[in-house]
Design a protein around this ligand. Sequence first.
Ligand SMILES: [Zn+2]
Length: 335
Amino acid sequence: MIRKTDSSLSLPFSMKIFAGIDIGGTTMNIGLVSEDGQVLDETVVPTCPEKGPEDALNRIAESLKQMLAAHRKKDCRGIGIGIPGLIDTDKGCILEASNLPGWESFSIIGHLSAKMNMPVFIENDANLAALGEYWLGAGHGADNLFMVTLGSGIGGAILAGGKILKMHPSAGEFGHMIIERSGATCTCGRRGCLETYISKHGFERMFREKQSGYPMSSVKPAENEPVSPQLLAEHASHGDILANLIFLEAGEALGIAISNVINLTGVTCILVGGGIANAWDLLQEPVMRSVERNVFKSILSGVSVCKAALGEKAGFMGAARLAVDSVSKHAREVL
Ligand SMILES: [Zn+2]
């Protein structure tokens, strides 16, 4: 367990604190955050999804109790949780999550709130990363915001006036926006999705398709060795033509997809986060060129596209903000 505590933070006795948890397929990020957005404590624990939701939630509860004991003067009012999948926020359970097989229908809210004796709220993780960036990151206070999360897959979330915009739990499948109608087959079974360009398997696909045409390329993976976006980024930044061409295509595809969202919704603050966004230096130019070419001129002057600021902390910070908002909404309804 990695434990990081900022002992220099000294909060007033009466300051309310909230817990934010970001559950991923491999690790769970847990943070204690004050109501005004200061991170008091954070830790990372393995998810071990194969052991099931009860085991993972019991380990979350154990970590939270340890963290709260270390901050015993503070008053924890609620817990927010981000989940990588489709969520029933009212019932507090997962409908579909490919990284958490077998977790469907288990009452996450019921189990953890009974263990911790405080209210628990859940939401899709991409939505909460956007909420975290809106609260404390690169989208701080933006009227409207669209956040793209680039990782193994692609997430997308829109906030309007600080509220998550969704009309169906399956909404926000930004990675499966079709860029090329006769393009490569995607993992979803359709053709030409954004993920066939800019995702872990998208980069791999482009490399395998192009490598024979670039025998001088310095990217020479051993047989069966995967070609990760990180590896391609290293070679691209050293001037490799093939690796640069792949980032050019990926950036153009991302720019087309972002342009479609801007033209459809009028959103003007666009943030790009997730592991692949670490290669933003390589993506920025083709993304911006594509956005300038494809967005209507009347909207374009107000558009900004930049890298997200909070990195892997965005998820648990957004989860804490979900708890802050949900608890205060409940208090208003009771009055
Ligand atoms: Zn797809």
